[in-house]
Design a protein around this ligand. Structure first.
Ligand code: CDT
Length: 308
């Protein structure tokens, strides 16, 4: 069981022109603030070393390989790993990964207090589209630049608690949380880049998007009796607005910390993994109550099939 201060490091916008070194300096500043406030585990957003480049179309996708990291840590991120080790702080962050054999993933890692990567996750649910779509108000080309992740939703017991990761759109799928819940997860970390406007629906703006994000995350926390840290990259990147709304959520589904800006902003809350035990042993005691004989469709069918 672990009692500690959990931190969420919301990041403000990152422009195309910003260097990795400049971004890592901002991440380190947030880590120093977190350390001063007693944080022992810090959560950064999805794709937090670069601008959210899937909003741009490139005919030849290799033109965007410069947004990808070929190793982790690397020269630009090593100072962050070093600072975390000095502070005795675990952390997680997202980045675009290009593997030695040429695969492109939207990836996040958990780094323990000793500075070692202890879990890698590659995004499962890739939203958007693969080809330029002139009908949309803006492009969301994750299906063009990334392959669906090959890791699945794993967990790791690290620094005394069971942790797992999801990335952005994954949070909208209850399957994500349940697969992590079935492995006893006590902290789910989620980074996101969510445009504040739906590119295909003019009436889905910032307010609805913030609501749907919070609804998904608080439900996932409650239904699996786990803490969740859901952390944004926010603000206007090269003219395109991303919503903020970073939150930390307790195992009863209540928001225990909330960002109020669209800038680099630290949020913190006390967490105690013992609080996960009540829900996991009562209403969401999976061993006692789940009826898997009726859940087969979830793992055998993608599209919905309504009766004639
Ligand atoms: N980055 C990411 O996954 N964003 C999506 C936008 C959905 S609209 C294509 C999200 O679910 O927040």
């Amino acid at each position: 069981m672990v009692k500690m201060v959990l931190g969420g490091a919301q990041m403000g916008p990152i422009q195309k022109a910003d260097s990795r070194e400049a971004v890592v300096a901002r991440m380190m500043e947030l880590m120093r603030q977190a350390h001063a406030q007693g944080v022992e585990f810090l959560v950064y957003p999805e794709l937090c070393l670069t601008t959210f480049f899937p909003r741009w179309y490139a005919e030849d996708i290799s033109e965007f390989d410069h947004y990808f990291e070929t190793e982790m840590p690397n020269a630009a991120t090593q100072p962050l790993f070093d600072l975390a080790r000095e502070c005795g702080m675990g952390f997680t962050f997202g980045y675009a990964e290009l593997t030695p054999d040429g695969h492109h993933y939207n990836t996040s890692v958990i780094v323990d207090r000793a500075g070692e990567i202890v879990l890698t996750y590659r995004k499962t649910h890739l939203p958007g589209h693969a080809e330029y779509d002139p009908e949309r108000t803006h492009q969301h080309l994750e299906k063009r630049y990334f392959e669906p992740g090959d890791t699945g939703f794993g967990v790791v017991r690290s620094d005394g608690m069971v942790m797992g990761m999801a990335i952005c759109n994954d949070r909208r799928w209850p399957e994500t949380f349940r697969v992590l819940g079935l492995q006893g997860v006590e902290l789910v970390t989620i980074g996101y880049n969510t445009p504040s406007q739906n590119s295909q629906s003019g009436d889905e703006g910032l307010e609805k998007r913030l609501y749907h994000s919070e609804l998904s995350v608080t439900a996932g926390a409650y239904q699996n009796s786990t803490y969740v840290a859901s952390i944004a990259k926010a603000g206007t990147e090269d003219g395109h607005h991303l919503m903020g709304g970073s939150i930390l959520v307790d195992p009863d589904g209540f928001v225990i910390a909330r960002a109020t800006t669209e800038e680099d902003e630290l949020i913190t809350a006390e967490m105690d993994t013992e609080r996960c035990a009540f829900g996991k042993s009562t209403v969401f005691n999976f061993a006692a109550h789940r009826r898997i004989e009726h859940y087969g469709l979830i793992a055998s069918q993608t599209g919905a099939k309504a009766p004639e």
